[in-house]
Write a protein that binds this ligand. Structure first.
Ligand code: SF4
Length: 373
């Protein structure tokens, strides 16, 4: 067995959504009817191309599987089961593997939740975003707030004991979103994990167009910072460990799959736009579902590009990944004065030979990395 390759992590990008959310620029395909069988056929065709790949031929098994999107919960549950069981039949999945499915609340029925669990899924990442119906409508989300508590009840009654909730903060002021109330409502659901994302305005999205026309104003930086820090305090008070810029979990519930990215563990990405990485090698797939399907069905490569990171790029990545978690970065990887100066500003703590950013530091992550890169 190779020393270089420990367990491999698998990401599967399921691109289908019922409609595009107002802020979303992900690689998605809007479909009323999800072509589940075609997707699983194409994904498995790509999966098989990886089996003989020299980069992971010696790797013993898969450590985690993460089905993201898009909206993987739109996939037909029987096809999801075929996808996971076929993969498991061809490459061992670690007995303790975390297998996550991103789910939108409107897809969580008792039948689906039971079928996901039976297929091997043991963690749900629930796309909640807000509990304010006016905000959800503005976001073009399909669900309303009532659907969230119903989804959580069904997940629990089906037997899920590891559920993460996604929330978006720093919304335009005009929406009058009550962030404290949304945090309270999220915590009242008693999830094991929470992910917090600041709203970003991307060109080509409905929100990008509204903003360009002056119909929507971005949240000021002060509001972004205030909501982020308020979330940190609320989560800490509720017993969560804020262990990464955007993620907080109860003890024993850090997201294993995402943590693998931050440790630079090897990962394979299947599906349109999915990325893969082994050591310094990175590759990514074609973005559009139709092109991906055509290529996969023809047993042609679905890879759009690949690159090998040079020493400078690897260092930059190491800085970003190290500083984004509470593991921090070895002090010797930074200029001697950086950690001390950051600590004096309240942006970092320096202990045990490591520099760990505080939430105030995470708010400045890009600038801090740039200052030492
Ligand atoms: S559900 Fe997620 S992936 Fe789909 S459009 Fe909305 S934000 Fe984008």
């Amino acid at each position: 067995m190779s020393d270089y390759l420990p367990l491999v992590h698998l990401y599967i990008h399921v691109p289908f959504c019922a409609r595009r959310c107002s802020y979303c620029d992900f690689a998605i395909a809007v479909r009323r009817e999800v072509p589940s069988q075609q997707f699983v056929d194409a994904g498995l065709a790509e999966w098989r191309t990886w089996q003989a790949h020299p980069a992971w031929i010696d790797s013993p098994s898969l450590a985690t599987i993460y089905l993201g999107g898009g909206t993987p919960s739109h996939l037909d549950a029987g096809q999801l089961d075929r996808l996971i069981s076929t993969i498991a039949g061809e490459r061992a999945i670690d007995p303790d593997a975390e297998i996550t499915l991103e789910a939108n609340p409107e897809d969580v029925t008792h039948a689906n939740a039971t079928a996901w669990l039976a297929a091997g899924v043991n963690r749900i990442s629930l796309g909640v975003q807000s509990f304010d119906d006016a905000v959800l409508t503005w976001m073009h989300r399909v669900h309303d707030a009532a659907a969230v508590s119903s989804a959580m009840s069904m997940l629990r009654s089906a037997g899920f004991t590891n559920v993460s909730v996604d929330l978006i903060f720093a919304l335009p002021e005009a929406l009058q979103r009550d962030w404290a109330r949304d945090l309270d409502m999220a915590l009242a659901l008693e999830p094991e994990h929470l992910s917090l994302y600041g709203l970003t305005i991307e060109e080509g999205t409905p929100l990008g167009r509204w903003t360009a026309r002056g119909e929507s104003m971005p949240s000021p930086d002060e509001r972004y910072a205030a909501e982020y820090l308020a979330a940190h305090r609320a989560l800490a008070a509720a017993g969560f460990e804020h262990y990464e810029v955007s993620n907080a979990g109860r003890e024993g519930h850090r997201a294993s799959h995402n943590s693998a990215y931050w440790r630079r563990a090897p990962f394979i990405g299947l599906g349109p736009s999915a990325h893969s990485g082994f050591g310094s090698r990175r590759s990514w797939n074609v973005r559009e579902w139709a092109q991906y399907q055509r290529l996969a069905d023809a047993h042609a490569t679905v890879r759009a590009e690949e690159e090998t990171l040079n020493a400078e790029q690897l260092r930059l990545e190491e800085l970003y990944l190290g500083l984004r978690t509470t593991e921090g970065l070895a002090s010797e990887l930074l200029p001697a004065t950086a950690g001390v100066a950051w600590a004096a500003s309240g942006w970092a703590e320096v202990a045990d030979g490591r520099v760990r950013l505080t939430p105030e530091g995470w708010l400045r992550l890009d600038a801090l990395v740039r200052s030492v890169a």
